[in-house]
Design a protein. Structure first.
Lengths: 224, 271
């Protein structure tokens, strides 16, 4: 009988985390931020059809960075979870917190039990109501959840982007200001990003029941 | 609830009904024989009645009365039987009210689910076919008496035209040219529309004709409710055009209904 090599659990976890982080760092970053009428989600994404940001439910949006097929699977699972819950109970009973929890459970499960962790970071954003504030749940590859009420940056270069964006952040700013700051923060000091390099969507209180709205070229050009 | 993640070979795709079935929440699985016992035990359930739809110059109008009956009793006076299926289509229901309303909820979720998962809307014909499949899934219940009869209409974005679809109990789907009405008062409503319909009608003319159709249906069929001036209950009327579904305000329907009633009373109710 062969005896398997002993590898310390700390080492296993560290290797997996490094692997996931490396995968995530290869992709472009994304910012989620609250503004006066809702939540802005802006990502650097030259593709028109492979989305990083999408609608989950009436007041909930999803954004992911990292490996496309992996976060897209999570996106679809989130829509399924929300639609099933809304159909079984009621539309009012679908909330981002419970969705963030099931995402965290799943990511944590995969991280510890599967061969390979998911190389993704995701954001679940929920637009607030008159009585509740907007919330951003940032979930890491190992299932760690962080909740934010101001802004959240996902992806490889998140620390420096976060610093740049945080310096400009205002709680009650307009969509225009928030978007410009987000684009500047994503681009950094040496680059410029135009409408064609961006994928932008909002959850807006002005949009009726389904608050999610994708901003196209024309709308972006006007805002920028 | 855990995250619904499926093996790639088992994945239900963008189909919400398949997702429910795979999750063990299948909506059309009543225990065998339960439904057929309903009538033998003298248990009645509410039935909804008349829905009319017709095409006009810019789209379609759909109208439904507000009554549900249980045998010879009025079960509900204010039931709503015309709904937005999604932004560009409307669905009206006649038949067993309980399962019918549930089917509408499933249909609405199904269309929105597809749109979110795939990132694009289903075509109008795709939506009509989805509804077909749901009616077919209900066939066992229908054979035992709980028939659901929907009327589906919407704006075809590709062809830029309003279209109307009717169904039979087996899920057969038929496209109508210009108008249709379903339910117990459907025949009278159809005749009224047939006599009044013209090519290129305006929105107002079409709304008025749809309300007249329901009025005539209520006049001849006891299961269809007419405009109730005492309680202020009027039909639900909705239009679907290039800008999407829009349900008329009660005040507009009330005004149009009163106009129809004035015409009728001026000729002595036409007996």
């Amino acid at each position: 009988m062969t005896v398997p090599f002993y590898v310390a659990p700390e080492q296993v976890m560290k290797d997996r985390a490094d692997y996931a982080r490396k995968g995530i760092a290869r992709g472009r970053s994304l910012i989620g931020s609250v503004y006066k009428d809702g939540i802005l989600l802006a990502a650097e994404n030259p593709s028109r059809s492979l989305h990083k940001i999408s609608e989950i439910y009436d007041r909930i949006a999803f954004a992911g960075v990292g490996k496309y097929n992996e976060f897209d699977q999570l996106r679809v699972a989130g829509i399924r979870h929300a639609d099933t819950k809304g159909f079984t109970y009621s539309r009012d009973d679908v909330d981002a917190r419970s969705l963030a929890n099931v995402y965290a459970q799943y990511l944590g499960q995969v991280f510890t039990h599967e061969m390979k962790p998911l190389e993704v970071e995701i954001l679940v954003a929920e637009l607030g109501t008159e009585d509740t504030p907007s919330q951003l749940f940032h979930i890491l590859y190992d299932g760690t959840v962080m909740d934010e009420s101001r802004f959240s940056v996902l992806g490889g270069d998140s620390e420096s982007i976060s610093e740049r964006f945080g310096a400009e952040f205002q709680a009650d700013w307009s969509l225009e200001l928030a978007l410009r700051a987000a684009v500047r923060a994503l681009a950094g000091p040496e680059r410029n990003l135009g409408p064609r390099d961006l994928e932008v969507a909002i959850l807006s209180k002005k949009n009726g029941r389904r608050t999610f709205d994708r901003l196209g070229y024309a709308a972006l050009e006007e805002l920028l | 609830m855990t995250l619904p993640v499926f093996d790639v070979r088992e994945d239900p795709g963008p189909n919400f009904m398949n997702l429910l079935i795979k999750s063990g929440l299948g909506p059309f699985e009543p225990p065998a024989g339960v439904v057929s016992e309903l009538s033998s035990k003298g248990i009645t359930v509410p039935y909804g009645t008349t829905i009319a739809a017709l095409r006009y110059a810019d789209g379609i109008v759909m109208a439904g009365d507000r009554r549900a009956t249980e045998g010879n009793f009025i079960a509900h006076r204010r039931i709503e039987k015309v709904f937005a299926a999604d932004k560009y289509s409307a669905v009206g229901i006649a038949g067993a009210a309980g399962p019918a309303v549930e089917m509408v909820r499933l249909f609405q979720t199904q269309l929105e689910h597809y749109e979110k998962v795939e990132g694009v809307n289903l075509s109008l014909e795709g939506k009509a076919n989805q509804l077909s499949q749901m009616i077919r899934a209900n066939l066992t219940m229908a054979m035992q008496g709980l028939v659901i009869m929907p009327l589906f209409a919407g704006w075809d974005i590709q062809r830029k035209v309003g279209r109307i679809f009717t169904y039979d109990v087996t899920g057969g789907r038929y496209e109508e040219v210009a108008y249709h009405a379903i339910g117990s008062g459907g025949k009278d409503a159809r005749t009224t529309i047939k006599l009044g319909i013209k090519e290129g009608m305006s929105r107002e003319e079409a709304i008025s004709l749809a309300i007249s159709a329901l009025y005539e249906a209520a006049d001849e069929d006891s299961a269809t409710g007419g405009p109730d001036l005492v309680r202020g209950i009027y039909p639900i009327v909705a239009t679907v055009d290039r800008n999407g579904f829009s349900r008329l305000e009660d005040a507009e329907v009330a005004a149009a209904s009163r106009e129809v009633i004035t015409i009728k009373s001026s000729v002595g109710g036409a007996q």
